[in-house]
Design a protein around this ligand. Sequence first.
Ligand code: ARG
Length: 459
Amino acid sequence: TSNQMWGGRFAAGNSDIMEAINASIDFDQRMAAQDIAGSRAHAAMLGAMGIVTDSDATAMREGLLTVLSEIEAGDFPFSKQLEDIHMNVEARLKEIIGEPAGRLHTGRSRNDQVATGFKLWVRDQFDAIDAALAALMKAFVGQAEAGAEWVMPGFTHLQVAQPVTWGHHMLAYAEMLDRDRARFADARKRMNTSPLGAAALAGTGFAIDRDMTATELGFDRPASNSLDAVSDRDFALEFLSSASICAMHLSRFAEELVIWSSAQFRFVTLSDSFSTGSSIMPQKKNPDAAELIRAKIGRIFGANVALMTVMKGLPLAYSKDMQEDKEQVFDAADNLMLAIAAMEGMVSDMTANVSELEKAAATGFSTATDLADWLVRELGLPFREAHHVTGALVAMAEKGGCDLPDLSLEQMKTVHEGITVSVFDVLGVHNSVASRTSFGGTAPVRVREQVARWKEHLG
Ligand code: ARG
């Protein structure tokens, strides 16, 4: 038999394979609440404008609430034959309220309907992710506050570069996550226009009030071009691209945790709640949560590329290709939320191994730059010459199998006779970080200022 929603011109029903490729109900039932919110706004507007009677509008609005409660109770018989959430809801509404249900689709199309419901769903995600990111930032700030003075090696090329403070390293992630929140917030602002009433693609001849539905649904205004309104998925793409950048940040810290928790580094101990053991090696404690965050991020990048690829060849306006938007966004949103939550747990629970960090901070001639700076400041050497002298001292220490502070003053004087005993003051890692007081620098005093700023910002 032909489809009960659009089967008028069809003599026969779809093949099973057509149903399988066409139906989206298995996944788009996730936006039932948003679809129903859109339909209720539309019904109210139809009533207010006299396009349907008040009693029909009321019946539709109440009936839709009944449908929603059935879906939320989990006893809704979703039908694949009815393709998607929109037609499943409408068909059930007809069973509940009868004839008036057939008037709900006046001045509307599934094209503006799906764009509206999906936008509402994505908008909810922006809000949920913002809250989750704020919580993660608080975890980083908490670590920074505890360890504003702890020294650790700062790396470039993953080679020891200069000592930095633990707090400074933690706050680098607060900066990244704050930019992520700003990106999401910016995209949310831009996407907040209502497609409802664009109808199939051209608008409608019914005297609808698009401002009224936009307002009821919390949109800033109706989208001003009906063709664009039904064919725009920028909001989903901006969500996915912002999610990709955010996910990249999470993955970088996940990678650091994997390295830091290894026996070679021993910078951190992850809590038992975010580690797993090995079925064969009894000593193992693996950073699985970090590894899975690092891996799941790939799905978010994949979703971004997949939807860009779906959209790139579509002529205006709606094409069924666009139905492929939802699974990508759902999967990316789920995995991003999970990754943020897992990272928040790991960051809150991890223990920095302060003495290991400090020991490591002193390796790799990490205060060589401090020594060169001392030669500039105290002896008036041009920086390039100071660099050269320091290089010779590093080579001497390396040859002797010791660190820079282990060289004697006499040995140093053989490289540059102006060197005095006060040079040893700058070779310690604590002095090194304490000296880096430039704005944005790693000195504990600067880190504490930034911690205070973040705490105020995050409330
Ligand atoms: N399930 C469809 C989607 O997700 C709804 C829109 C269908 N529109 C249409 N003209 N067939 O995009």
